[in-house]
Design a protein around this ligand. Structure first.
Ligand code: FES
Length: 176
């Protein structure tokens, strides 16, 4: 598929580039612009980013593939990043992951058939004091998880509502 940035995106990208002495440094924020526009940064989108910045595609791929926050393939409407790093693991992160997998009928790395949910197993998200936790679509953190809280979260998201838990929003919100 051929992807193109809008005029508005290109203006934003020019502003981003102007902030840095080297264009390579703009790779991370421009990948965000791309993900906000297309919902993912699959290889054709990575190529667009590389061409737009005049950088090798291998560089953009290297950056995109390092971070789970960049979706290298199309994902569901809600991407549930379950942390299984040390603190979360010790506090039952794998039990939470298994519960979520059973509830949605998919494994980590997969998307439900209706396209509503994807699960990712991720490294530490910096909320170790609230373990176990997960993040919803690069935005809200849902902390101190229990199986009941996971069930409630899924029902809330299915109903099209925002989860109302103690949470930390990421500064970069996705375009709805
Ligand atoms: S170990 Fe899970 S947030 Fe740090």
């Amino acid at each position: 598929m051929a992807y193109e940035f809008t005029e508005e995106d290109l203006q934003e990208i020019e502003k981003i580039k102007a902030k840095y002495p080297e264009v390579k440094a703009a790779t991370l924020p421009v990948l965000w612009v791309a993900q906000n526009r297309f919902g993912h940064v699959e290889p054709d989108v990575q190529k667009l980013v590389a061409d737009t910045l005049g950088l090798p595609q291998a560089h953009v791929h290297g950056v995109a593939s390092f971070y789970t926050q960049y979706y290298k393939e199309k994902k569901g409407e809600h991407v549930l990043d379950v942390c299984t790093c040390l603190s979360c693991q010790l506090c039952g992160g794998y039990d939470i992951l298994e519960h979520l997998e059973n509830k949605l009928g998919i494994k980590a790395g997969e998307t439900t058939e209706d396209g509503k949910f994807s699960i990712q197993e991720v490294e530490c998200l910096g909320a170790c004091g609230y373990a176990p936790m997960l993040q919803v679509t690069n935005d809200q953190y849902v902390n101190n998880l229990t199986p009941e809280k996971v069930d409630d979260l899924i029902e809330t998201l299915k109903a099209g509502k925002e989860p109302e838990y103690d949470q930390i929003g990421m500064p970069l919100r996705k375009v709805k």
